[in-house]
Design a protein around this ligand. Structure first.
Ligand SMILES: [Mn+2]
Length: 392
């Protein structure tokens, strides 16, 4: 059985207010093309199908087109919901889809859903575990039994419902953060919450392959056969330069497998572009980069008024502008802003653009669930002045 393992599509996602939806449509067309070429039997979608629990029509249209194209090529689909998805919405039409070999598992209902497959190497079982939290599994733990406290408890409990025939091949699809996975600093995962969601990877022992979603860069975790496929596109300026792919998994006789990655190339790539204002205004540089998402790092000491608007006339897809000396200049009050970390702009969502003092106050409130006191504000103002003051 040959699987194309994908996940974290985040259909409908906006990055710095740019909708990714057409880029997503194109990359999924590429997936179909490459899956056909690689003679894939089934596509796995390991959660975070949509970016929003209530997706826009254009995002749903992209999924519809993708599933229809796979069906036309006679490729099966296994799809679970991630933490971004509304599971019951993902479940819509599941019983109809089932008839077309599109297996959908949007919510965990106390049992482990299992789809039994057969190929020339024998039976193969695909177990589906949509995103779970302690609260979700606790609804199914009988009174008097020990409730799940941690995410490890939760996944352990869910997996206790797996009754594996160890002689057959068993595949698990899940969307959780497992210990050992590496996350890009400031990447497009919800990294602030990952630390509290950690699941001990040893709970995954026994499966022949584990197809994971949740972490956005492709990697094996704990064992060669336990893998995150990563997102199909770059969703954060912090991820610029990292490769995107789907994972090709070939399961033959029990214990025999081949795993490789199939590179995915975006229709519109995202790059860091640095230079002086003069350099960036050079017609050759503009011509080369005007159709890309550009994260501009300006090598200028003095501030240029309205620079983002001037740049946008030449580069319509500006993801952000930062001065290489560390000062931040961004436009408007979008829900997304970027911050310079280790020389790379990093996206922070749901925060309005503010001066450093206010920015820190917001961050403090977000982490501690309470506002800073006046004393704390004064103390931070001093530190910020010390840090940023010198650049002026
Ligand atoms: Mn995700």
């Amino acid at each position: 059985m040959r699987f194309a393992h994908l996940g974290d599509l985040h259909l409908g996602k906006k990055v710095n207010s740019y909708s990714m939806v057409e880029n997503q449509r194109m990359v999924l067309r590429q997936v179909v093309e490459k899956a056909v070429k690689k003679e894939v039997d089934a596509v796995i979608l390991a959660g975070d199908i949509y970016d929003s629990p209530v997706p826009e029509a254009d995002a749903m249209d992209v999924l519809n087109e993708f599933l229809s194209a796979l069906k036309k090529e006679d490729i099966d689909v296994f799809m679970i919901a991630g933490n971004h998805d509304r599971g019951d919405l993902i479940n819509y039409g599941a019983s109809l889809f089932e008839e077309m070999n599109i297996h959908v598992c949007g919510t965990w209902n106390g049992k482990m859903e299992c789809i039994d497959m057969l190929d020339r190497f024998g039976p193969l079982h695909v177990w589906c575990l949509p995103y779970v939290t302690p609260a979700i599994v606790n609804r199914f733990i009988p009174e008097g039994e020990k409730k799940a406290e941690t995410f490890t408890d939760a996944v352990l409990y869910a997996l206790s419902k797996v009754h594996m025939d160890m002689g057959d091949r068993n595949v698990l699809i899940a969307h959780q953060y497992f210990s050992g996975a590496v996350v890009t600093a400031g990447g497009s995962e919800d990294y602030l919450s990952l630390g509290s969601e950690i699941v001990d990877v040893t709970v995954l022992a026994g499966f022949d392959y584990v197809a994971l979603g949740h972490v956005h860069t492709a990697q094996a975790v704990g064992a060669d056969t336990i893998r995150y496929c990563g997102a199909p596109l770059i969703y954060s300026t912090a991820e610029i330069g990292s490769d995107r792919s789907f994972t090709l998994v070939n399961l033959e006789d029990k214990g025999t497998y081949r795993i490789s990655t199939v590179e995915l190339l975006p229709e519109r790539e995202m790059i860091n572009l640095s230079g002086t204002f003069r350099e960036l205004m050079h017609p050759k540089v503009i011509e080369e980069n005007k159709d890309k998402y550009v994260n501009i790092i300006l090598k200028e000491v003095k501030e240029i008024p309205e620079v983002i608007h001037v740049l946008k006339e030449k580069y319509p897809y500006v993801m952000g502008v930062a001065y290489s000396d560390g000062r931040i200049r961004l436009e408007g009050s979008t829900e997304v802003h970027t911050e310079l970390r280790d020389g790379v702009l990093t996206e922070i969502r749901e925060l309005k653009l503010k001066e450093p003092n206010d920015l820190f106050a917001d961050f403090y409130q977000m982490r501690n669930k309470e506002a800073m006191t006046d004393d704390q504000k004064a103390y931070m103002a001093e530190i910020i002045e010390e840090t940023f003051g010198e650049a002026e």
